[in-house]
Ligand binder design. Structure first.
Ligand code: GDD
Ligand code: MN
Length: 253
């Protein structure tokens, strides 16, 4: 009994020292960045978790970085960390770059265009704590999850990519191409070392590798709302490289 109490105490004090590093890759997100940052500050503030927001801008021509600098002035350099790169180098490597600078013991990866709502983050954190999960993945394809605002073409691409990956690799998670996730930092580090892909296929490879390495995965249903400002960077090239990446994984794992 006493032993239990003591145990509970230590785990509680460890819990309160948790820190969450949010990675926000941006390319032409000038209109979206102030709102996403404001929402993040709001939800983290309300829930009381320690956090930092790392903006990885690839020299966006629309001046996203200048906006990020203003946000840093408003919210403080301990909360908003800027880790820009020289040019557009792709989404996968943007995460890898961001992780290097993360000081939290957990890392949250999400889009900066408001398709991923920060209101789900407390649910991710709760889920992680309940099950001690190595990673928690937001899912559009289970429970109350869903997608809003996409045209049929985009829905088919996403469903198709998920379906193909499910059939070929059977990774046992419902949303493989989604990119709203929470990772234990050391788990993310291990996964990144194993991942070979650089573009959008990165998300899918991460979860497939996570399963292979025996990491535990929790899921939280999320609604993905298509962006209002700016446009998606997912073009035909990204789709071709997704298919290539999927086949490479199928052949090599
Ligand atoms: N730094 C950097 N460099 N950021 C980038 C780059 C890049 O080369 N390409 C895209 N981003 C940023 C965008 O600014 C945005 O914050 C986020 O990455 C997602 O990019 P979008 O262009 O909005 O992606 P999407 O909405 O088409 O695709 C979403 O859904 C896909 C699956 O359904 C993303 O969540 C994808 O990761 C996901 O695979
Ligand atoms: Mn988007």
């Amino acid at each position: 009994m006493q032993y239990n109490m003591a145990n509970r105490k230590t785990s509680k004090s460890r819990v309160s020292s948790d820190k969450y590093s949010v990675l926000l890759p941006t390319y032409n997100e000038r209109e979206n960045l102030p709102l996403i940052v404001w929402l993040l500050v709001k939800y983290f503030g309300e829930s009381g978790y320690d956090y930092e927001i790392i903006v990885i801008d690839d020299r966006s021509p629309d001046g996203t970085l200048e906006v990020a600098e203003q946000l840093q002035n408003i919210y403080g350099a301990d909360k908003i960390i800027l880790r820009p790169r020289e040019k557009k180098l792709g989404l996968g490597t943007a995460y890898i770059h961001g992780i290097k600078h993360a000081t939290g013991n957990f890392v949250i990866i999400m889009d900066a265009d408001l398709s991923h709502h920060p209101k789900f983050i407390p649910e991710f954190i709760q889920k992680q704590r309940e099950g001690g999960f190595d990673l928690v993945s937001g899912t559009r394809y289970s429970g109350d999850g869903g997608v809003y605002g996409w045209d049929l073409r985009r829905k088919l691409i996403s469903r198709g990519a998920n379906f193909l990956t499910q059939v070929l690799l059977r990774p046992g998670a419902s949303d493989l191409t989604g990119s709203f996730r929470l990772y234990k930092k050391e788990v993310l580090g291990q996964l990144v070392k194993k991942c070979v892909s650089k573009g959008y296929v990165f998300q899918m490879e991460m979860i497939v590798r996570a399963r292979q390495l025996g990491y535990s995965i929790g899921e939280v249903p999320i609604t993905f709302v298509d962006r209002v400002y700016g446009e998606s960077k997912l073009g035909g090239n990204e789709i071709v490289s997704f298919l290539k990446g999927l086949l490479t994984l199928f052949a090599t794992t």
